[in-house]
Design a protein around this ligand. Structure first.
Ligand SMILES: NC(=O)c1ccc[n+]([C@@H]2O[C@H](COP(=O)([O-])OP(=O)(O)OC[C@H]3O[C@@H](n4cnc5c(N)ncnc54)[C@H](OP(=O)(O)O)[C@@H]3O)[C@@H](O)[C@H]2O)c1
Length: 343
């Protein structure tokens, strides 16, 4: 591919937008034509994302009222708060691809969507969307025009669970116990995500009510026909970045650690960004990267699978770029192969 992919980012001044810019500014096949903000409109990008100081002359525009003017753009990333892409994406000119970081188009079931998100469902437009968990949906993503990028908790949980779900050996309920850093709540401070509240603190939230639960259930049903009930609980960690998911399961037949190693190695044979690790994954080693580290542990019929991602990279912007690469016929790793840091 010689011509660059022309990109618009709507909602580029938030945390998801910040990571899209950090990755796409250095992507060999990408050219950012437009980046928008709301309160930050009119400011230089580097004045808001000061990590990009000296690296870009882009400025934040206000979102174009007139979406058809985006016809010179190849793909639009939506980094907007929940509910906003719902009316915008259906108005995009035909032929302009879209990747939505929000939950607006992730759930097929309208009632579940209304119950968990308290907003309208995409209706007929929903059918045009492909769920963007790259490792389980590659072929559909390659030919997609619209991507619903997975949620951050859902990404960590699904990558941990998918091989076990596919094995058909799960018995009874599955428990997913997941934790997130504070950047999961976006750039705008709120009472419960404010630094003094979170530092040196640890708490659970939304028992049985987190919006990523139906997303996880839906995708495991779609890829593996999994009907096992999932108990899902989310927690708030006193760190800025990272998701850690601990998944507890029982199986109908005993599995050794070697069986698990073989199952996961085979499932993720072609997945560069999934690393199978010994001991425990650690959010330190995936921070700022597109990697998901996973470890598996067996006690016969009782299984624990642990996973760690960076919520803003593999859990949002990195996976979105991985999907863009596939949609434009590129190697999915393009622009995404960079290590984290030690420490
Ligand atoms: N944070 C995560 O870990 C994560 C992970 C996966 C998915 N997501 C999803 O990604 C989306 C963005 O999340 P985020 O964490 O980046 O949020 P954020 O930090 O709050 O950023 C929101 C962006 O939307 C803009 N915006 C806000 N209100 C607007 C309005 N009325 N009109 C136009 N633009 C508006 C903001 O502009 P100004 O700053 O200029 O006001 C900012 O650029 C959300 O739907 C979120 O659920 C987030």
């Amino acid at each position: 591919m010689t011509e660059k992919i022309k990109i618009a980012i709507l909602g580029g001044s938030g945390y998801g937008g910040s990571e899209l810019l950090r990755i796409l500014l250095f992507h060999p096949n990408a050219e950012i034509g437009l980046v928008t903000a709301n309160e930050h409109a009119g400011k230089p990008v580097s004045a808001v994302h000061r990590n990009l100081n000296g690296l870009t002359d882009l400025e934040f525009a206000t979102a174009p009222e007139d979406l058809p003017s985006l016809s010179d753009i190849d793909v639009v990333f939506f980094g907007l708060p929940h509910g906003q892409a719902l009316s915008l994406i259906p108005r995009l000119p035909a032929g302009v691809k879209a990747i939505d970081l929000s939950g607006d188009f992730r759930l097929d079931d309208a009632e579940l969507h209304k119950k968990f998100y308290k907003t309208e469902h995409g209706g007929d437009h929903q059918q045009g969307f492909v769920y963007g968990l790259t490792e389980t949906n590659r072929e559909a993503i390659r030919s997609a025009g619209r991507i619903a990028n997975p949620g951050c908790f859902a990404t960590a949980s699904l990558l941990a669970m998918a091989p076990m779900a596919k094995s058909g050996l799960l018995d009874g309920s599955v428990i997913i116990d997941a934790k997130t850093g504070s950047s999961g709540s976006g750039a705008k401070p709120a009472a419960n995500t404010h630094h003094p509240q979170r530092m040196n603190s640890f708490y659970a939230y939304k028992p049985f009510g987190h919006q990523h639960l139906p997303e996880i259930t839906q995708h495991l049903q779609q890829i593996a026909g999994m009907e096992n009930e999932i108990v899902f609980l989310t927690h708030s960690l006193p760190v800025a970045r990272g998701i850690f998911a601990s998944c507890y399961m029982e199986t109908t037949a005993a599995l050794t650690n070697e069986d698990l190693a073989n199952l996961y190695a085979e499932f993720y044979r072609d997945s560069f960004f999934v690393r199978l690790v010994d001991g425990s994954p650690d959010i330190n080693w995936v921070k700022n990267t597109n990697f998901c580290d996973i470890s598996m542990h067996s006690d016969g019929r009782r299984i624990i699978v642990l996973s760690a991602i960076d919520n803003l990279v593999k859990g949002a912007a990195g996976q979105a770029v991985q999907n863009m690469n596939l949609m434009f016929g590129l190697d999915e790793k393009t622009g995404l192969v960079f290590p984290g840091s030690n420490p």
